[in-house]
Design a protein around this ligand. Structure first.
Ligand code: TLP
Length: 354
């Protein structure tokens, strides 16, 4: 156990509500949201719709539930959903796409996680004696497992316009869409203008303790409300959570640039460590992914060694680690973490040499 508190770089999901959020939660006006009577939830939903320039929004407990509902809204059983090969909807949501919507993922690998219309078009299938039809395209922005990469707005526009002309829908898993917006200095409403629905998380970089939003048309969100109930997401006096969500939505986007600067700082430091593979130029938001295989140990072993020194960081596979910066990790903690990372790597190199 470290003498200092943990430096927790496992995810931006670990952030704790700040004092202002806690005070707002304690004072929140509440009602039964299943009756549509929670004023704070209603306010959050109106505000989210307004920020995204969409007709309506739905407060859901998790990003996974938001994506699950969106996929169900845009598809029927026995259809195909195009997504990137390492996307969250495919790899990290317990196959909810299959379980709840009855759909199959048609995965397209992209080194940087960013799909283009040229790639998507080749993967579209129409209904036939051997083929299930494609009806939905899911884009992940930022792309988590590709290292927080960001879609150019033009790429999303092109995908949406072509998809719509082919009768397909586009859903954006925008768990970290505000990080994308910060990186390219473009409002979320512009980035997602042509998408049919967007899920974004209040509980990641924005710092709320719980909650995500699904935004889209009035009609889709109305149906989504029923799917939320089916999934057990009718949360009753959820205004206590929405109160923190409102602060997250209105105040937190402005501070994400600090997280991005901390991620760039960590990436630069990592690039100087012998045996660690990273290109700092690829770090655009708050996620830093690096290769430890040249150190002669697995990412799981590297993670365990860091933990003994007080740094928490996740392995994402045998060879790669992920660091995520967020509101509860300061520059000073990043400096300490960088020294600990260098120390663990040097120790390993020394041991391999013996
Ligand atoms: N991501 C989590 C883990 O599940 C991997 C993390 O620590 O990054 N979309 C994307 C792109 C996400 O990164 C996540 C969570 C979700 C959806 C799901 O959100 P939750 O955890 O609220 O269900």
């Amino acid at each position: 156990m470290p003498n200092q508190p943990w430096i927790d770089l496992r995810s931006d999901t670990v952030t704790k509500p700040n004092e202002k959020m806690r005070a707002a939660m304690a004072a929140a006006e509440v009602g039964d949201d299943v009756y549509g009577e929670d004023p704070t939830v209603n306010l959050l939903e109106r505000k989210a719709a307004e920020v995204f320039g969409k007709e309506a929004a739905l407060f859901v407990p998790t990003g996974t539930m938001g994506n699950t509902i969106a996929i169900k809204l845009h598809t029927h059983h026995g259809e195909e959903v195009i997504c990137e090969a390492r996307s969250h909807v495919l790899d990290w949501e317990l196959s909810m796409m299959a379980w709840f919507a009855g759909c199959v993922a048609r995965a397209i690998p992209a080194e940087d996680g960013i799909l283009t219309w040229t790639r998507i078009e080749k993967a579209i299938r129409s209904y036939g004696p051997h083929n299930a039809p494609t009806t939905l395209i899911c884009l992940e922005n930022t792309h988590n497992m590709a290292g927080g990469t960001v879609y150019p707005v033009e790429a999303i526009d092109e995908i949406c316009q072509n998809a719509h002309s082919r009768g397909l829908k586009v859903h954006i898993d925008g768990a970290r869409i505000f990080n994308a917006a910060t990186a390219i200095q473009t409002p979320v409403s512009r980035i997602t203008k042509n998408a049919d629905s967007v899920m974004f998380c209040l509980s990641k970089g924005l710092g709320a303790p719980v909650g995500s939003m699904l935004v889209g048309t009035e009609e889709a969100i109305g149906r989504g409300r029923l799917f939320r109930k089916r999934l057990g997401g009718g949360m009753r006096q959820a205004g206590v959570l929405a109160a923190a969500g409102l602060i997250a939505l209105t105040e937190a986007p402005q501070r994400l640039e600090h997280d991005h600067a901390n991620a760039r700082f960590l990436a630069d430091r990592l690039a100087a460590i012998e045996g660690i593979g990273i290109n700092p130029a690829n770090v655009k938001t708050n996620i830093v992914i690096f290769d430890v295989s040249a150190l002669g140990l697995t990412a799981q072993e590297f993670s365990a060694a860091l933990k003994t020194q007080g740094v928490l960081a996740n392995a994402i596979n045998e060879t790669h680690m992920r660091l995520v910066t967020h509101a509860d990790v300061s520059r000073q903690q990043c400096e300490i973490a960088a020294e600990i990372l260098a120390g663990v790597a040097q120790n390993t190199v020394a041991q391999v040499a013996i």
